[in-house]
Design a protein around this ligand. Structure first.
Ligand code: AMP
Length: 175
């Protein structure tokens, strides 16, 4: 399946969750057997043989792709969650939203110093979330092995917020 065919499987919903936002709905890709397989296979190929010790996924939609990529690479999966969801000792990072701030947490023992962590998420938009996660990894002494996204909204220039890291997006969108 090529990238244009994959794009056709992603539903574009105007004005969700608020007016002016075009939402890229991946549920229509997920329910398609060949589409889902093509995406995970593509990530598997891209990172096979690279040094990745663990794959990290961000609540909530990152939890769909990241464990599948971890399985494909034969490594473990680490969740990053919204505050107060993880039960053991955590480390927290704040990041800017359009209005106000939000936070993400990771278990303090989720990553060992020196471990190489691949971040996998569905969408790279403004890059605020991804940048916060790189800080969480580095707080724990881990190394960011790369960032992988199913789709990138190029016009938001999110990759500038994580400049210097290896970054891959399967699909690219212009406004
Ligand atoms: P950001 O921190 O701006 O890069 O956005 C992070 C998360 O917001 C992504 O991982 C998506 O889950 C979600 N997101 C942002 N914009 C969109 C969009 N237009 N369509 C679908 N999901 C989005």
């Amino acid at each position: 399946m090529n990238n244009d065919q994959l794009k056709k499987l992603i539903r574009e919903v105007p004005d969700f969750p608020k007016p002016g936002i075009l939402f890229y709905d991946i549920t229509t890709l997920l329910k398609d057997a060949s589409g889902l397989k093509a995406v995970i296979d593509e990530f598997g190929k891209r990172y096979h043989g690279r040094s990745v010790d663990v794959v990290l996924g961000i609540e909530a939609r990152g939890f769909i792709f990241a464990p599948a990529v971890a399985y494909a690479l034969g490594v473990g999966f680490v969740p990053v969650r919204k505050p107060k969801k993880l039960p053991a000792e955590t480390v927290r990072e704040e990041y800017q939203l359009e209005y106000g701030t939000d936070s993400l947490e990771i278990h303090r023992d989720a990553i060992q110093p020196g471990q190489r962590v691949l971040i996998v998420d569905d969408v790279l938009a403004t890059g605020g979330t991804a940048a916060a996660v790189t800080r969480l990894i580095e707080k724990l002494g881990g190394k960011v092995a790369g960032l992988g996204f199913v789709l990138e909204l190029d016009f938001l220039h999110g990759r500038d917020k994580v400049a210097g890291y290896e970054l891959f997006s399967l699909l690219h969108y212009e406004k």
